[in-house]
Design a protein around this ligand. Structure first.
Ligand code: TRP
Length: 329
């Protein structure tokens, strides 16, 4: 009898221990969903589209927010010290398993914070000159992702067809943005090769944009804008000043054409995000590793035209362009 009771007690204790072990395991698994930490540099329509695309890309690959993945989003509001603090939070407090940086300054802040957690670049103009990877083919560190390098050559071909008589180009960008400097150099070279003269106008901050555009409109025949976050964020100001002088704006992305640019050959911003989200998913599931995954680049862009703006400025669209273009009303 005694012995039997002892066996029962011991068995009960063992069962209890086994049971609690499984319960505990299940609970920790529930607490720690794989976490994706996203840091966006600032809000402007293009970057907002990219973030939406990222969510769609993760979902396409089976990661659903709240179900089998935790998504933590932070917006640095173009403030360097906010970017640094938020990077710390995403790494230390939120324990992100994969990080995503949207726009160059955000990606750089993340890269300064961790050299271990994988970082996926969300639409970075030139990851090499931004000091983020060794090369686009073999990134080599904890970083890979998507580049949104503009098809600058195709953009200037389009400009030459739409405004064949305009030869004086002014390029508007912010001096604080590494990513723009790269594209400005390239645009200058290409425009000059096509027989245009180029003058660059770098603004120290968004406060000087209105005045700078006023100066530009008295000196140039068209304004070209690279994928510059500061200018994208102040596109309305740029458009209203340029409109007063009837000087056409040729930006580098669809969203800036929608906001009052005339035309571009650009990569769809949402698609950039989808690709970024898919690459993050592949790293999260262990299918790929940052160091050995090449930077993804888009080979072509779409022709986007703002019909209203073209009409307003007396620019007629040749039929061969109209038939290929996406026309925004
Ligand atoms: N390429 C920019 C960077 O590296 C970010 C960016 C993506 C962007 N799409 C844009 C900037 C559209 C301006 C407009 O920072």
């Amino acid at each position: 009898m005694r012995k039997n009771r002892l066996t029962i007690v011991v068995a009960a204790i063992i069962l209890f221990l086994i049971g609690s072990f499984f319960v505990e395991k299940k609970e920790t698994a529930k607490e720690k969903l794989p976490t994706v930490g996203v840091l966006q540099f600032v809000s402007h329509p293009a970057l907002d589209q990219i973030y939406k695309g990222i969510q769609a890309g993760l979902k396409d690959e089976g990661y659903e927010e709240g179900k089998n993945m935790k998504l933590v989003f932070q917006n640095g509001q173009a403030d360097q010290s906010k970017l640094a603090t938020m990077s710390q939070q995403l790494v230390q407090e939120k324990k992100s398993d994969v990080l995503i940086g949207i726009a160059t300054p955000a990606a750089q802040a993340l890269a300064n914070t961790t050299s271990e957690i994988p970082i996926v670049l969300g639409a970075i103009t030139d990851p090499v000159s931004a000091g983020l990877v060794d090369s686009n083919e073999k990134p080599g560190r904890n970083i890979t992702g998507v580049s949104d390098k503009s098809p600058v050559d195709a953009q200037f071909d389009l400009i030459a067809q739409l405004v064949p008589k305009s030869k004086k180009v002014g390029i508007l960008y912010a001096s604080s943005e590494e990513n723009s400097k790269y594209q400005v150099e390239e645009a200058k070279k290409i425009a000059e090769e096509k027989g245009m003269t180029v003058k660059t106008f770098a603004v120290p901050s968004s406060n000087e944009i209105a005045q700078t555009v006023q100066v530009m409109t008295s000196e140039v025949e068209l304004i070209y804008i690279p994928t510059d976050n500061t200018i994208a964020n102040a596109m309305q100001t740029v458009v209203s000043e340029a409109d007063k002088a009837k000087v056409p704006i040729f930006p580098s992305v669809d969203t800036m054409v929608e906001q009052g640019g005339v035309a571009t050959v650009g990569i769809n911003q949402f698609d950039l995000g989808v690709q970024t989200g898919k690459m993050a998913a592949a790293i999260l599931s262990g299918k790929s590793q940052a160091a050995t995954t090449p930077i993804y680049t888009f080979k072509t862009g779409d022709i986007i035209i703002n019909q209203k703006q073209a009409d307003k400025l007396g620019i007629t669209l040749p039929d061969n362009i109209r038939s290929k273009a996406k026309i925004i009303e």
